[in-house]
Design a protein around this ligand. Structure first.
Ligand code: HEC
Length: 133
């Protein structure tokens, strides 16, 4: 009969690979946990992904480039990429229309968080044509 300690040692050596995968797994889950926390935290903070939101909720009518889709044109959606349109609109008007809707444009205050609407209103400004200098 071998000494129990030696048995234990040989067990450990034989199972070394298991131990290292174990370490790798716990490292990985720790990493995932931290990453998960940071994403949840990011959603609570100011970081709203306005581009994705716009493409998801607004692009059906306004198009990803803001110029308006066929459906949008039928409903009389404006062209956000038109400098004259941008110049004629105040930030308040844009924000107000997204919150409360306007004619065929649906209201968004029931579906989106205030900070998401704010971010989208800012994003509409980014769809303006690039100024050439
Ligand atoms: C069902 C189609 C549709 C969807 C979806 C839609 N819009 Fe509109 N949107 C319109 C139409 C139509 C108008 C033109 C309203 C008018 O002036 O008569 C408009 C106008 C606007 C205006 C200009 C408002 C003004 O004061 O002139 C903004 C800004 C706007 N939309 C932003 C958004 C944003 C942001 C989203 C996504 C959250 C969105 N729209 C989703 C149809 C849509």
């Amino acid at each position: 009969m071998r000494h129990p300690y030696l048995l234990w040692r040989s067990f450990l050596i034989r199972d070394n690979w298991k131990k290292s995968t174990g370490y790798a797994l716990s490292f990985l889950s720790c990493f995932c946990l931290c990453f998960g926390f940071s994403t949840v935290y990011g959603q609570e903070g100011e970081e709203v992904d306005a581009k994705s939101l716009f493409e998801y909720h607004c692009a059906t009518c306004h198009g990803a480039d803001g110029k308006g889709t066929k459906r949008g044109h039928e409903l009389k959606a404006p062209n956000f990429a038109d400098a004259n349109w941008q110049a004629a609109k105040t930030d308040e008007e844009i924000l107000n229309s997204v919150i409360n809707g306007k004619n065929k444009m649906p209201r968004w205050s029931d579906k989106l968080q205030p900070e998401e609407i704010q971010a989208l209103a800012r994003y509409v400004r980014k769809l303006a044509p690039e100024k050439r200098s």
